[in-house]
Design a protein around this ligand. Structure first.
Ligand code: SF4
Length: 210
């Protein structure tokens, strides 16, 4: 149970439940292969059964951490900072993104879009989930749409989601890791037949890096 003071700081986004932070290579999507500092914020109620960070779901397990500390750490490493989760938009991202930008960082987010957009972002990667669909504000602002392909029905879901993002959003299909042997050949065929899409792979997992 958080004290009232800390809860107030969390509510306004001056403290966030930090699960982990690390400097690595962005493995997926448009910025694949580029160095980035990752900030993983705890808390997610979307409930994807194949989620590979289930430890993030319960925000109470992750200590409320001051945004100033997070920004200070991030600013020692890469020019690009990726905020991920969990679902970071469960929290108000305004203060975090403002302070990162004041420190001349490029600020990216990986989100399911299940909560309204807060914060000011250089790049928004929307990875929508069927369990809890994105809010209109995230569809409108997304620079990149990354749909995870777990089964064949997900191609239909991907097309439905592509209708909802802006015409400038870059479209990716990415095999869910445990289904990659089965789904990757289908994705390759699909992209050749529907070249508005691109293939995204979880290259960090092949490289054995976080
Ligand atoms: Fe996991 Fe992301 Fe789904 Fe949340 S939205 S359950 S963090 S994959």
């Amino acid at each position: 149970m958080l004290s009232k003071e800390i809860q107030l700081e969390v509510n306004k986004g001056a403290m966030l439940p930090l699960m982990e932070e690390f400097y690595t290579i962005q493995g997926e999507g448009y910025h694949t292969g580029t160095a980035a500092y990752f900030i993983r914020i705890g808390g997610c109620d979307v409930g994807c059964h194949w989620c590979d960070v289930k430890e993030s779901w319960n925000a109470e397990l992750h200590p409320p951490t001051s945004v100033d500390l997070i920004v200070g750490n991030a600013s020692k490493y890469a020019e690009t900072v990726v905020v991920t989760g969990g679902e970071p938009l469960m929290w108000d991202m305004t203060i975090l993104t403002q302070k990162l930008r004041d420190n001349n960082r490029k600020v990216h987010i990986e989100t399911s879009g299940a909560y309204p957009l807060t914060g000011s972002w250089d790049w928004i990667c929307l990875s929508p989930k069927k369990n809890k669909l994105p809010t209109p504000t995230v569809y409108e602002a997304a620079h990149e749409l990354k749909v995870i392909i777990y089964n064949k029905h997900d191609f239909i879901f991907a097309e439905e989601q592509a209708e909802k993002v802006s015409g400038n959003a870059i479209l990716f299909l990415q095999p869910e890791w445990s289904k990659k042997e089965e789904m990757t050949p289908l994705i390759v065929d699909y992209v050749m037949q529907n070249p508005k899409w691109r293939v995204s792979l979880q290259t960090h997992k092949y490289l054995n890096i976080p």
